[in-house]
Write a protein that binds this ligand. Sequence first.
Ligand code: FEO
Length: 386
Amino acid sequence: MDPKISDSVWYIGADDCELDLFESQYPIPQGVSYNSYVILDEKVAVMDTIDRRRTDAWLENLEKVLDGRKPDYLIVSHMEPDHAYNIGLLADRYPEMKLVGNAKTFPMLSRFFDLDLTGRQVTVAEGDTLSLGRHTLTFYMAPMVHWPEVMVTYESTEKLLFSADAFGKFGALEGSDPNWVPEARRYYFNIVGKYGVQAQALLKKAAGLDIAKILPLHGPVLEGNLTPYVEKYQLWSSYEPETSGVALAYCSVYGNTAQAAQLLRELLEAAGVEVASFDLARCDLSQAVEAAFRYDRLVLAAPTYDGGIFPPMDDFLAHLKSKNFQRRKVGLIENGSWAPMSGKLMAEKLAGMKDITVLEPKVTVSSAVKAETETALRALAEALAQ
Ligand code: FEO
């Protein structure tokens, strides 16, 4: 990516293609970018720092852009360490630089750093402005997108929205799939998905701004026609499904539950229904979570294990619950060789989520797929296809 965003605004972030798991849980086969920007004007503002893993590259980029100047302000949009790790380093290096955050930023900052910010702390609130000269920054609070202290910054001269985690995506800037949607969707549902209401509130604020470019903290700068990006965020944050079809999440100890899931898949596809299947013991769970939100129907298939739900499915359900999964039709397939319990227990977990309709029939595999299982699967496929 060209680091020059305009004559005054520069990208100084860095790609990380060596990190195995983002947030120590999400595979990122295409890497990730930690974004940071500089605005050069009468005053110089640095927009966030980056993760410790790429400190050297970031500092090199920063010094090149500063070309001997010193930053007057560090704008702290978000205190999560992938963006905030180098606040201490920057504050020490430039003792005259002021730190700009909101009322929730500084208490959090003091938990991460031992910094004396006497005379250096600028606390802003909703709608406050900061002039850099030709550029004026206006701050808008975006609590829980994705931590409580998150704020976004609008620069009115060039019409730039520094959007923090919103509109971010997985994938390094160099060499990853240029199609924004798939990795932005996986990022949204796994990182921000729990906070749909708060994301909607931010979109409402953004709708009142004339925006030419969106500059997130991960992924590419968005420019040109921004409507498709905003529409995706409207859709995802509303919990409305994006695609007609079935996400089929299964796990299987000896292959019998997998066989039932495969048979259901074939029946659905024969009925013209799009199906995306996930073996929960082997897949990247974040993709299964993303698909559960993406499609309008979900099927869960799991054996009974130690009197409970086979752990890969239990884990998946915990992820769905924590991400506020809601408003979907769900089909259930259980398996058990002497006391099948997983269907009942999965239904109980789904009852703790909002507006979930469990379809009939619930299918029980009694050890292996038999003729009566196929009959029940046909009935479930019909219910799902309606
Ligand atoms: Fe990339 Fe919520 O931080």
